[in-house]
Design a protein around this ligand. Structure first.
Ligand SMILES: [Zn+2]
Length: 361
């Protein structure tokens, strides 16, 4: 694989999108708390960071679980990775804690996802980028491959990890960035990065293959989060979101009825929930569709912005995407192995019994 790497992009760490300045803040208690944190952080930064001893692992801090897992695999024994956001944490809303600031201050190098995913960490990452290398792993994804964020059309949709072929590019950035920061380990990082990229591309092929076994009219992913745009595009599914709809407004009711029409007319067998979003709106949808004779049920819980528990297969990037791909394919009537790509899923993914098949109305 050829690697042409524009160093200049990374030498001057400008990770933050400056096109969207923050509105002026009022000095409420939250702002004062933030100012205190900033002051603490500035004090921590001004302390001399002792130079790294030769032979000791690189101290690496990463934001989301997907970034931390990918960096950790590519750093191998040459790095010690600390991830800031654990299972179930929403990166859009995450604000760094005092411990996080300490970890960022001590790190030799920092990786974050980027594309404005970590919106509340922008100032902190920008500040820390003045004194040490800070890399956005999504930085090299060509703008033509990015989707727009539906709610903020000026912004790219940041959920690129849902397409394993795009995440392979993130792995490439990680390998090259580590090689730049620690040139002695360059061949080690680049070799491990190639391994991770290869694995991402193989998982991508698996995803496309199993999804192509879902009957064409049923290739629709109805879920409660807006994180699945890239997933749908990569694996050939139309994505319809339930998030934000309310049974109390006319627009909400209209949207629910539209979705029910789709479920009924296209014979969609499953609707999906996501760990951090209430099931209520999805359940209302299922109830409405069943009342009109649809055979639909909840197809499973998908990972969106965070991975499964630490030290499980689903707590790795590959495992979480394998879970999503296998769950969706099986629930929509496709043909996929019950324990996923390489038989590593913690429990077999059930094929959803369709109500007519298990005797329910
Ligand atoms: Zn999200």
């Amino acid at each position: 694989m050829t690697i042409d790497f524009d160093m200049s992009k990374f030498l001057f760490c400008q990770p933050i999108d400056r096109r969207h300045p923050q509105p002026p803040r009022r000095w409420g208690p939250a702002a004062i708390g933030a100012a205190l944190l900033i002051a603490l952080f500035a004090a921590a930064c001004s302390r001399e960071t002792p130079p790294r001893q030769p032979g000791t692992p690189l101290k690496i801090t990463a934001t989301t679980g997907m970034v931390a897992d990918t960096v950790s695999r590519i750093a191998g024994a040459r790095g010690e990775v600390r991830g800031l956001m654990g299972a179930g944490v929403d990166p859009h809303l995450y604000k760094p804690t005092r411990d996080d600031l300490e970890s960022l201050t001590r790190a030799d190098v920092i990786f974050y996802s980027g594309l404005l995913l970590e919106g509340k960490m922008a100032d902190t990452l920008s500040r820390v980028g003045r004194t040490k290398p800070v890399f956005a792993v999504t930085e090299r994804i060509d703008a033509s491959k990015l989707l727009r964020d539906e709610e903020n059309p000026d912004h790219p949709d940041p959920h690129v990890w849902m397409d394993a072929s795009l995440w392979a590019l993130a792995a490439e950035v990680v390998g090259q960035s580590l090689a730049q920061v620690d040139p002695d380990g360059s061949s080690h990082y680049l070799a491990l990065a190639r391994e991770v990229m290869q694995e991402c591309l193989e998982l991508h092929e698996y995803g496309k293959a199993i999804m192509s076994t879902v009957p064409e009219s049923r290739r629709v992913l109805i879920s409660s989060h807006d994180a699945f745009g890239y997933f749908g595009r990569a694996y050939g599914l139309e994505v319809l979101g339930v998030q934000g709809i309310s049974t109390e407004s006319e627009a909400g009711l209209r949207r629910i009825n539209e979705l029910i029409d789709t479920i009924v007319s296209r014979d969609i067998g499953a609707v999906f929930v996501e760990t951090s979003v209430p099931r209520k709106s999805v359940e209302a949808l299922i109830e409405g569709a069943r009342a009109r004779g649809a055979k639909v049920s909840i197809g499973g819980t998908l990972f969106s912005d965070a991975m499964g528990p630490a030290d499980t297969y689903e707590g790795t990037y590959i495992g979480m995407l394998d879970h999503n791909l296998t769950t969706v394919a099986r629930a929509l009537g496709g043909d996929a192995p019950e324990r996923g790509w390489r038989g590593l899923l913690a429990s077999p993914v059930a094929v959803q019994p369709r109500p007519s098949e298990d005797g329910a109305p």
